[in-house]
Design a protein around this ligand. Structure first.
Ligand code: 0RA
Length: 632
């Protein structure tokens, strides 16, 4: 008979909970959740670095599907834990939320979001996990299967120096996919290297031959981060940075204005990207706005009778990284990525205000250029508002307020309504005949729409195609934007399967990303997938969406029995064909568009849609070879 001790029962209960509802601990069990395991283990190593004890972290993806994370910190303690009757390392690995129990005091322990769930969660969701600790000249090892200890802690050899190695193989029975993605991991590890100045992080992939390896280390920290974000833009100021620590809150800020129109501010709390913002972001924005305004007044650029520049105006073309580290961060908001600690606001405000004020005084030339830029932004915003008001009034005169080109559906429930944004009037006509008039609306767009990445707002709103789209969708734009007012819960971009079609689709996605990002984030935007080939054999008509499918259809038969038609555009299909292949809910294919990574998306749009030609050339040259499917 086994006798269970109190500790063992606690372990079993904890593990059971994690394995029963993995989503509660790591978000989900698909690709995201899988990568969350790596982040969790890496975060622990980063904490050891933040405490000043580790300088290097190495992540290795093994051929056997494993992931190894090594650091040169003090090594997880191996002595007997006072409360539990097992070594401290075993407590950390098997007891839920044990991290805090013996976490380094005075460190910045993460305690919110998906991070900081504890390495025991990784252990519970791993088929096998091995922890090695180098301490006191010895190499210690302990092993687990699905969170249960299978080999007690023992000495397996000698060791030089100190450190921890975590090796784990995610559980096949838990995860939908076991495929770690280089790009995904590289992005996060690079971000961590930016956020933790001087920390060296290496990523190595041994699943490929020869193994691929990259090391990230930035002596400039977030200054390098801003330089990296701006390396394809034309800056109008140097990178202005500050850091400091007040009331236990450590603050680092770096910012630079460029000759662009969008605002790119990334904020972090304890290395977590606070997508929903919070107190640090508020403090930063208010400080920038106040300094710019008071400088503009002092220099007479703004007259007494002029109204102040809005905060948004002061942020135009600004790229910034705001990173704070504190004990007991409060994470709020829908995705727990909004920093709630109110004292952080005043602290960030004070530091940024002081530094920026000094910068403006010391660098009047840059000060003027920045204020000029903000004043231009204000004028453009004013013009845009006028254009908006005008279009509102115009629409009111039109009657129903919907654009004339829109072929609306009869249904008025947004949840059950779709709108197809169709390239060209002729395809629009075919789509109109092929649609389900109850639930499917058609908006034909003529030719290329405006590249909003390069245009100011007033131009954007003066553009007829864009105006038609905004009114059809019903959400309004800018400060008026309200995704609740969206008239269709599926917005489907339907363009030809050729270069022009891709371009138009990219222009539309750029517009949505810049002006209606919430629609992308909420998953309302889709891409229609028209077939590339029609294949007829006798009376039987089939469709192929790529080369492989074409081969599969034609492959086994005699080629002369088939009539293969390549569709160069939507216009080459008749209404029935277009309906069956691309529009009909039962037989079509759609791709939903998602914004996974704010930093990467911003970079990509700047490269592909921005002013500079050189980065675009480089991008095309770098990726042209690896393009498998030119379309999507
Ligand atoms: C608490 C105390 C000590 C080390 C650690 C935590 C530690 C944890 C992890 C997780 C990954 N790598 C790590 N490295 C160290 C050491 C206390 C001492 O030596 O006095």
């Amino acid at each position: 008979m086994n006798e269970y001790t109190g500790e063992q029962i606690q372990v079993l209960k904890g593990l059971e909970a994690v394995r029963k509802r993995p989503g509660m601990y790591i978000g989900n069990t698909s690709e995201r959740g899988l990568h969350q395991l790596v982040y969790e283990v890496v975060d622990n190593a980063v904490d050891e670095a933040l405490a000043g004890h580790a300088t290097k972290i190495r992540v290795v993806l093994g051929k056997d599907g494993s992931c190894l994370v090594e650091d040169d910190g003090r090594g997880i303690p191996i002595d007997l834990h006072a409360g539990e009757k097992m070594p401290a390392v075993e407590v950390a690995m098997t007891i839920l939320h044990a991290g805090g129990k013996f976490g380094a005091k005075g460190g910045y322990k993460v305690s919110g979001g998906l991070h900081g769930v504890g390495v025991s969660v990784v252990n519970a969701l791993s088929e096998r996990m091995i922890t090695r600790v180098k301490r006191d000249g010895k190499l210690w090892e302990i092993a687990f299967e699905r969170g249960r200890t299978t080999q007690k802690l023992k000495v397996v050899g000698k060791a030089e120096g100190t450190g921890t190695v975590q090796w784990f193989v995610p559980d096949t029975t838990v995860f939908d996919t076991l495929d770690f993605h280089w790009d995904v991991l590289q992005k996060r590890l690079r971000e961590l290297a930016f956020l933790n100045r001087g920390l060296e992080i290496t990523l190595r992939d041994e699943r490929v031959e020869p193994p691929k390896e990259r090391t990230f280390m930035y002596e400039g920290g977030i200054i390098s981060f801003v330089e990296h974000l701006n390396d394809k833009k034309d800056p109008i100021s140097p990178v202005i940075s500050t850091n400091g620590e007040r009331e236990g809150v450590s603050v680092e800020v770096a910012m630079q204005w460029a000759d662009t129109y969008s605002e790119t501010i990334f904020s972090f709390a304890n290395n977590i990207n606070t997508i929903e913002g919070g107190m640090h972001l508020l403090g930063f924005r208010t400080a920038v706005s106040n300094v710019v305004n008071s400088y503009a007044r002092k220099r007479g650029m703004l007259k007494e009778s002029d109204s102040s520049l809005s905060t948004d105006d002061c942020m135009e073309g600004l790229t910034a990284v705001v990173s704070v580290k504190l004990e007991e961060p409060q994470f709020e908001g829908q995705t727990k990525t909004k920093l709630g600690n109110s004292k952080v606001r005043t602290i960030v405000y004070g530091l940024v205000n002081e530094r920026l004020d000094f910068f403006f005084e010391e660098n009047p030339r840059h000060g003027r250029a920045i204020v000029d830029k903000c004043m231009q932004a204000a004028r453009a915003r004013e013009a845009a508002k006028k254009a908006r008001d005008l279009s509102r009034r115009k629409n009111a005169l039109d009657g129903g307020g919907l654009p004339g080109k829109l072929v609306d559906c009869t249904n008025t429930d947004p949840k059950a309504s779709e709108i197809f944004l169709v390239e060209g009037d002729s395809a629009g006509g075919t789509a109109k005949m092929g649609r389900d008039f109850r639930t499917q609306a058609i908006l034909p767009l003529r030719g290329k729409i405006l590249n909003v990445w390069k245009a100011r707002e007033d131009k954007v709103f003066a553009n007829e195609e864009i105006r038609a789209m905004i009114t059809a969708l019903g959400t309004g734009i800018g400060i008026d934007f309200d995704s609740e007012k969206l008239r269709y819960h599926k917005i489907i971009i339907m363009t030809d399967a050729d270069v022009d079609g891709s371009h138009i689709r990219t222009l539309l996605l750029t517009f949505f990303y810049q002006q209606m990002r919430a629609l992308l984030e909420k998953g309302f935007i889709y891409i229609a997938m028209p077939p590339l080939y029609g294949v007829r054999k006798g009376k039987k008509q089939r469709y192929a969406f790529n080369e492989e499918e074409l081969k599969a259809i034609v492959g086994d038969g005699d080629a002369k029995d088939f009539v293969v038609q390549q569709y160069k555009g939507l216009g080459e299909m008749d209404a029935d064909q277009l309906s069956e292949t691309t529009m009909d809910v039962d037989s079509r294919r759609l791709k939903r568009v998602a914004v996974e990574e704010g930093v990467a998306a911003d970079e990509m749009f700047t490269t592909l849609m921005g002013d500079k030609v050189e980065p675009r050339k480089e991008f095309i040259q770098a990726y042209a070879r690896s393009v498998k499917n030119l379309d999507l």
